[in-house]
Design a protein around this ligand. Structure first.
Ligand SMILES: [Zn+2]
Length: 160
């Protein structure tokens, strides 16, 4: 088992494992790569780490299930809160459409994992989202057939 506690280490490992994978399944809560809902991008300007990784994933048979935040308004029918919510959800779709990555944007998903079909049951699982963050959090790289199967079955169920 390998402990990962920085975005840099997480996405470096994802890049490496993706290159030897036939298929990849990703679950995350939210996604940020520097592309806004209307297509405006700061990905190049800030050299977004996640944007680079999406490029790697797009060259493989990758499917992503992304949980979206619930709409919470400061008061009933607040247009500002609704607009902010639409932007947060819309940018996930705009980003994944740009990379032509197959995806589902779903409610009530807070799972974060990567399953790599390398033939070695490579799993990365833990708390980190598909974003660049300096928050304290952990992911674990584990090669385990039972864990891989369990998460793969969950993913397939959520994909429908
Ligand atoms: Zn509001």
């Amino acid at each position: 088992m390998e402990v990962i506690n920085s975005c840099h280490d997480l996405f470096s490992l994802v890049d490496v494992l993706a290159k030897s994978s036939k298929a990849i399944k990703v679950a995350s809560f939210g996604l940020w790569a520097g592309v806004f809902a209307n297509g405006y991008s700061v990905a190049q300007k800030f050299n977004t780490r996640t944007y680079k990784t999406l490029g790697v994933l797009s060259k493989r048979n990758t499917r992503m299930i992304i949980g979206k935040p619930e709409l919470i308004c400061c008061e009933d029918g607040c247009k500002a809160c609704e607009h902010k919510h639409m932007e947060r959800v819309g940018r996930i779709k705009t980003t994944l459409d740009e990379f032509k990555i197959k995806h589902r944007i779903v409610s009530k998903n807070h799972a974060k994992f990567y399953l790599f079909d390398t033939g070695r049951y490579d799993v990365i699982v833990g708390g980190m989202n598909f974003t660049t963050s300096s928050w304290h959090d952990y992911m674990f790289r584990i090669q385990d057939k039972a864990l891989y199967s369990r998460l793969s079955n969950d993913f397939n169920r959520w994909w429908k």
